[in-house]
Design a protein around this ligand. Structure first.
Ligand code: SF4
Length: 335
């Protein structure tokens, strides 16, 4: 059986159930790299220039960890998912970058998704990918439909049941990211509701964000994430704040940030990678909107290879203390 390796990085958190359904429908076995470790991060960093963003370094580390464990590595190029919205350049060149810096990588399976080039081109790309496994176009079509259904189920599971991507993936396929030292046990009612905004590969990679979600939950806060908001609401928020999205994953930052600013959370934490151009623009829009409204505190955490855990915890504690004080004052005024 052909084994397809999937790096647990970048778009894994958005599309893993769909990819798994597609390859398994075609009779392949899917193998996911382990959760990020310091070794994975260091090995990835050693292959690329220093100013490459942290998520791309992590991605290369995951590719390295898959060598010898699979026949192919799947690296899609997601260029555009909606008319005239575009992805960051790192995603566009991911297979080429991987070949250049990891020449010993297993052969790369790629597919280019660009909605602006029309449905015909999209179908051609899907059949081109499927041809590695079967010569029967009907089987490829069935696999594509299974992938689409798996993706819809995954999104609905997260928005309806309030699950994060790792929690939903664990329910779907049993793959877990959970480390033993933290246990989520939010009290009822929670001390505060915190809206986390940012790309999934920053919010859910526990190694690079020092278990941010679990830290917040462990201190009895309720955590809201972008996936818990339905797509129409995210799109409506973007339309209200910026008119039309320009970046492919703008919903995760501007959409979710603007939505949680509408009195849906006691505080918002934006998580971004150092040196990320798209995020610095998008995070600024949310920050400015927060400043205009003056109701919901906002903090931006910037992650990079050398981000210190102690520094991050200190900022987090100060932010949470400020929110708890604000909530106590509100209760006192009401009494
Ligand atoms: S959007 Fe930013 S963090 Fe994500 S891959 Fe591009 S440069 Fe890196």
């Amino acid at each position: 059986m052909i084994k397809v390796g999937i790096p647990r990085a970048l778009l894994y958190y958005q599309y893993y159930p769909a990819w798994k359904a597609f390859f398994e429908s075609l009779g392949a076995e899917v193998y996911v790299s382990p959760p990020t470790t310091q070794n994975i991060l260091v090995s990835g960093s050693s292959r690329v220039v220093a100013d490459t963003c942290l998520p791309a370094k992590v991605f290369i580390g995951h590719v390295l960890s898959l060598i010898g464990k699979c026949d192919y590595i799947f690296i899609p190029v997601i260029r555009s998912l909606k008319s005239k919205t575009y992805n960051c350049s790192k995603f566009l060149g991911l297979p080429d970058m991987t070949r250049a810096v990891v020449p010993e990588s297993p052969p790369i399976l790629e597919i280019e998704i660009d909605i602006n080039r029309g449905k015909r081109k999209l179908y051609q790309e899907i059949y081109k990918l499927g041809r590695h496994f079967t010569g029967n176009p009907l089987k490829v079509k069935r696999a594509a439909m299974a992938a689409w259904q798996a993706h819809l189920n995954y999104q609905e599971m997260m928005s309806r049941q309030g699950l994060t991507p790792p929690q939903a993936i664990e329910r779907i396929s049993g793959i877990t990211d959970t480390r033993p030292e933290f246990h989520s046990s939010p009290t009822t009612p929670p001390r505060a509701t915190i809206g986390l905004i940012g790309h999934a590969y920053l919010l859910y990679d526990e190694h690079i964000n020092y278990q941010l979600v679990k830290r917040l939950e462990q201190t009895d806060n309720r955590v809201l994430t972008p996936e818990m908001i339905a797509t129409p609401q995210l799109e409506a928020t973007i339309a209200r704040l910026v008119g039309k999205a320009y970046w492919t994953y703008e919903e995760e930052v501007v959409g979710a940030g603007g939505y949680y600013l509408q009195d849906k959370a006691d505080g918002i934490i934006g998580v971004m990678a150092f040196g990320c151009g798209p995020d610095s623009l998008m995070m600024d829009i949310v920050h400015r909107q927060g400043n205009r409204q003056k109701t919901t505190p906002f903090m931006c955490l910037t992650l990079e290879e050398h981000t210190s855990e102690a520094g991050m915890i200190t900022r987090l504690e100060a932010f949470l203390d400020m929110i708890y004080r604000k909530k106590r004052r509100q209760v006192e005024v009401c009494v």
